[in-house]
Write a protein that binds this ligand. Sequence first.
Ligand code: NAD
Length: 458
Amino acid sequence: MSTTTEPPYDVVDPATEQVLATVEMSGVAETDAAVAVAVRAFETWRSVAPADRARLLRRFADQVDAHLEELAQLEVAGAGHTINNARWEAGNVRDVLTYYSAAPERLFGRQIPVAGGVDITFKEPLGVVGVIVPWNFPMPIAGWGLAPALAAGNTVVLKPAEYTPLTALRLGELALDAGLPPGVLTILPGRGAVVGERLVQHPDVRKIVFTGSTGVGKGVMRGCADQVKRVTLELGGKSSNIIFDDCDLEQAAASAPSAVFDNAGQDCCARSRILVQRNVYDRFLELLEPVVKGFRVEDPRSESAQMGPLISRRQWQTVSSYVPDDAPVAFRGTAPQGPGFWFAPTVLTPDVGDRAFTDEIFGPVVSVVPFDDEADAVRLANSGPYGLSGSLWTRDIGRALRVSRAVEAGNLSVNSHSSVRYSTPFGGFKQSGLGRELGPDALDSFTDVKNVFLSTEG
Ligand code: NAD
């Protein structure tokens, strides 16, 4: 029987606006209880033999793999992701678990030469880690927090976003089926201002992994400061796709739409500013137009869908506010009519002072703006508070490296749009975040270094 005083939450399919499930929302008391269980579980989990902890994480990965299609379908229904994206996302959870399952047996300290004895360092787990997840990539972002945290010997209390708790809840069940002891991973649906804030404030939560908006992230950081709590922040972005005149313009134009419209633009790495060298600007727009108009916005369950709906009516209203009647629309794609939070891919040619060029819209709206030379491109790319990702297109390798070094962003790709690989670091410069996830070094964010000196002289 439910004890929470929080009203339950209706999860809505964004493609149909039908209620899919009603989820109980935890309150402060349930959060405190979950943290208490995680504190107890930590005492045993941290001392599970490294090879056994590794084996349990691999079994968890196997469970995810065995339920990949189910998880993917659940994400399509609950978040409106296209089925092909959702399969990739469930596969990413499996891969991240597999990658970090190698960590327990490789969490090396050091032996440091000192006089009079032996000095060794240990990477100690922190304790209970709170992972706060946004709605735009519910599965991967959960995996990026929980997998390295568990591998390093911590226990995890994970709060999914209000809109999208279903796949996280299923992952919690699969962890138990894999044999992870109860309390090692707890999924706690709840409101940000209730469960999220309590995790930040709770003295037994030793670290927060927060992914979400920059505004909320700043509050999380302030809350963590009170207890000098460790915190990783992955926040907003307004990334640039820089097109130089010497690049393969056809390929750059063919790939630009999916670099911003993927996941209906609700992607912190969306290349929502396309900066084009002035002498190829008109040609680039000519090449871009048919690709945008042909972008398949349709039922996300369809195998051919390239884009589904926005997550909610509220998000639809926010995105729409960037395309008023007098907006400088170059051209638009199409979207289904009827129920669902559909928004057609939209290409704007605004001034660089326009809020469409400066704000993170988090929807399928892209600004295309000309630049004169390399310095101008870098200046435009670096304008604003964000620095998460970006792309640049050129055949000149010297320029590729110069511009990659000059753009203030954590994840850049040349002649492609890749941002995320589980084996390489991911995170933001400036107000896009703090710390890095994924890759070989993420474990450092889930451990504290302990130095021990053993005297050999007594
Ligand atoms: P959000 O900040 O509203 O919410 C994120 C999470 O924080 C949710 O689980 C929410 O319930 C919780 N939350 C809300 N208020 C809280 C509070 N006061 N204390 C603690 N937790 C609280 O963000 P969103 O709208 O869910 O996600 C979209 C944002 O996330 C975008 O800005 C996007 O760029 C960003 N994002 C960043 C990355 C990245 O890796 N840099 C990845 C995905 C999304």
